[in-house]
Write a new protein. Structure first.
Length: 287
C-alpha cells in the first residue's frame, strides 16, 4: 500500500498550511496532498479543515491504510493541528476526537543474523538500491530511526562508540561501534528518497536475497500469509537491531537505552522471536 506520492516537492505555490506542515514533518510532507485528495481538492488550506472535511479525511485514511498505519498518520495530523489550535487558523475545534483511532494488535518480523549477512553481501543493481542498502545497514547496526540514521557519519564516532541525539525524542544514544558500521558511515546516499521509494526498494532487495519463506502474521486485525520479504518495512530494521541484540543475551534495559525508548515495555514490543529457531534450540528439554 502506498503511503504517498513518489515525487512530492515543496514549491512556492504551496498553501500556508502545506508549508508549515512540510517544515514541521518533512518525512510526512505527502500528507497534505493525501488530505486534499480525500476532499477532491487540488491543494488544502487552513479554511478547508472544517469538522465535516476532517471526518472525510479521517475516513479516507482509514479506508486506504492498515489500521495501525492510519492511526499513525491521523496522530501526525492531530499533533500538527494541536500546535496551531489557539491561532484561529482553521474552523474545526473538535479535531482531536475526530482524528483519534484505536490501535489494532499486530505482529511484526525482523531479519535474522543470516539474512543480515545476505543483505550485507548484496550487490545493488542501481544507485537507488545502493542508497537504501546504506540506510538499511545503518539502522540494523545502530537501531536508529530512519530520520536519525540518514544523518549519521564518522563525525558521530568517538572512543569506539557512535552517539547521536534522536530528533524525535531528544534522547542521546551511545552504542558500541559495530565492525561493519564504519563502512556504511563513510558512504553517503546520493539523494533523498521518500518513504514509499524506501520501502519498495527494501522489499525488492529482501526478495532478491531469498527472504521468500511464507510467514503468517496477525496484521491490522486479521491473519495474513505472505512471503517474508513482503512483510518487511523500514521499521523492520530497527526491530532487527533489538531482536538480534536480545537473542545474543544483551539485557533489555541496555537495548532500551541504545534505542532511546522511554520504557522497557516499548522495547519489548520491538523484539521479534523466531519460534522455529527457538523450538530447535530447546527441543532437547522435551525429551
Amino acid at each position: 500500500m502506498r503511503n504517498g506520492p513518489q515525487n512530492f516537492k515543496i514549491t512556492t505555490t504551496m498553501t500556508d498550511f502545506e508549508r508549515k506542515f512540510a517544515a514541521r514533518y518533512p518525512e510526512r510532507s505527502y500528507l497534505p496532498t493525501m488530505m486534499a485528495t480525500a476532499l477532491g481538492l487540488p491543494r488544502i488550506s487552513w479554511r478547508d479543515l472544517t469538522k465535516v472535511n476532517l471526518v472525510r479525511i479521517a475516513d479516507y485514511i482509514r479506508q486506504t491504510h492498515a489500521p495501525n498505519s492510519a492511526k499513525t498518520l491521523l496522530a501526525v495530523i492531530k499533533s500538527f493541528l494541536n500546535i496551531y489550535s489557539e491561532e484561529g487558523l482553521f474552523p474545526c475545534k473538535d479535531f482531536s476526537k475526530i482524528l483519534s483511532s484505536r490501535s489494532v494488535p499486530s505482529q511484526h518480523v525482523a531479519l535474522t543474523d543470516d539474512e543480515v549477512r545476505r543483505l550485507e553481501a548484496y550487490v545493488p543493481k542501481n544507485d537507488t538500491e545502493n542508497d537504501i542498502k546504506i540506510l538499511a545497514m545503518r539502522e540494523i547496526l545502530t537501531g536508529a530511526r530512519g530520520n536519525d540514521s540518514v544523518e549519521l557519519s564518522m563525525d558521530n564516532v568517538q572512543n569506539g562508540c557512535i552517539s547521536y541525539v534522536s530528533k524525535k525524542t531528544s534522547r542521546e544514544s551511545v552504542i558500541p561501534l559495530h565492525s561493519l558500521l564504519a563502512k556504511y558511515l563513510s558512504m553517503q546516499p546520493k539523494k533523498e528518497h521518500n518513504r514509499s521509494v524506501k520501502i519498495r526498494n527494501l522489499k525488492k532487495i529482501c526478495k532478491a536475497i531469498g527472504m521468500d519463506k511464507p510467514i503468517t502474521l496477525y496484521v491490522g486485525g486479521k491473519s495474513v500469509t505472505k512471503p517474508k520479504w513482503d512483510l518487511v518495512g523500514f521499521h523492520t530494521l530497527r526491530r532487527t537491531f533489538a531482536s538480534i541484540m536480545a537473542s545474543k543475551g544483551v539485557p533489555i534495559p541496555v537495548v532500551q537505552k541504545w534505542m532511546g525508548h522511554s520504557n522497557i515495555m516499548q522495547t519489548n514490543r520491538y523484539i521479534c522471536v523466531d519460534m522455529e529457531e527457538q523450538n530447535k534450540k530447546y527441543a532437547g528439554l522435551f525429551k
